[in-house]
Design a protein around this ligand. Sequence first.
Ligand code: DOR
Length: 432
Amino acid sequence: MSRLLLKDVRPYGEGDPVDVLVEGEVIAEIGANLQVDADEIVHAGGSVLLPGFVDLHTHLREPGREDAETVETGSAAAALGGYTAVFAMANTDPVADNAVIVEHVWRRGREVGLVDVHPVGAVTVGLKGEKLAELGTMRRSAAEVRIFSDDGHCVHDPLIMRRALEYTKSFGGVVAQHAEEPRLTVGAQAHEGANAARLGLAGWPAPAEEAIVARDCLLAGHTGGTLHICHVSTSGTADILRWWKSRKTAGAVSAEVTPHHLLLTDDRLETYDPVNKVNPPLRTDADVMALREALADGTVDCVATDHAPHAAQDKDCEWAAAKPGMLGLQTALGIVVRTMVRPGLLDWRGVARVMSERPAEIAGLADQGRPVEVGEPANLVLVDPDAEWTVRGAELASLGENSPFDGMQLPGRVVATLLRGRLTAHEGKVRR
Ligand code: DOR
């Protein structure tokens, strides 16, 4: 059995440094100055040890757009970003609305072996919003799909949404909603506000998100189904979720926020650089502050990247023609440290909660988001909390280079990632 020794680590950033011995796939021993033989030693110099991150919202683009990302390149980005599990969204080409496609993605993830790749199944056939996809068949496939989403599109028909919540309830599934009332966002290019008005860009109004979130909370409560809200972007959505979760009959509703919505605002429109185009759009300072608060107090459960790589020709063009989306896997931790840890809104236990434990719970993963304790699976990330690094979009592992954080200095660096006891990334390099 392989033995890996992590020397001088601080679980959850607490207490004096200890050593952690990983034997095979599990944490075998934790203690000060362990005197043991090991096949490999990682000298951590007091770095923070956390459960490996779990991303509920990743676009891996395979099949169909392998010029933007593949399961292999996306898995590398995930490992380098500290992730041990990612959920691959269904808006591929062809759409992941059947067992063949989800099994393909799942199998590719296993072959690459850098991160657990869980395919998300589409809610409706072809993401068209008209007819439920074969949710049960995807659930029973080798990929054991549990989360279903038409992300990129909203399941806007309330009856289809109701049926999806009812049907997935029968097997413990989750419906992850991209909340966007399409009749309110026809032609939308940016957050509806002063900046878009000044620049002549058609607006994406906050109530287009909020109306669907409120409606779907009501439907989840009524049906007893499990609802997850993707990429919450407005302070109004945070208010609705806070109100809904305060009710005794709230049922199972969870929500995620992206790193970019925790940091960037629509002031970025000024440059007309499509690297800042994303759906839902970057909003206002007040929204950013409300989202940070909502993440800190648990109203929003977790961080999810909405990692959305695009090929150069889909971003290096005029604003209206550009595809929405931003890279996220390798910069998520840095943004969370900058927006939540440094201002004192989250400690490292909080980071473990929002980037690992809650997403693992929402997804029903038994072996992820587990405590850093003896006997637990060694899905881990080691973070240097003091290191600062400069993002270079072109140097990230993704095929797409569309990082809005290019050139930005970020705090908090991933030193190493372990998947079931094996190093998948170390010192900025992927380990295969
Ligand atoms: O910005 C986005 N990009 N938002 C989405 O909902 C979809 C995603 C993509 O697939 O590129």
